[in-house]
Design a protein around this ligand. Structure first.
Ligand SMILES: [Cu+2]
Length: 68
């Protein structure tokens, strides 16, 4: 599981934009976004850098928190 802090997510629109960005890398990714904590948990076989790159390209600033 890969966990990101994404402090610039503020609303449901941000959430769906980030979800789409993650799924553009891995269409089967499990994505859990908590808007209050501003975190995204991603269940994927893709590399953390690829996921982070897609989130950045969507206009957000992901910080890798854990990669288990
Ligand atoms: Cu928003």
């Amino acid at each position: 599981m890969i966990a990101f802090d994404i402090p610039d997510m503020t609303c449901a629109h941000c959430k769906s934009t980030v979800e789409k960005a993650i799924r553009s890398v891995d269409g089967k990714a499990g994505v859990g976004i908590d808007l209050t904590a501003k975190t995204a948990d991603v269940e994927t076989a893709a590399r953390a850098e690829e996921i982070a790159g897609a989130i950045k390209a969507a206009g957000y600033t992901p910080a890798l928190r854990t990669c288990l």
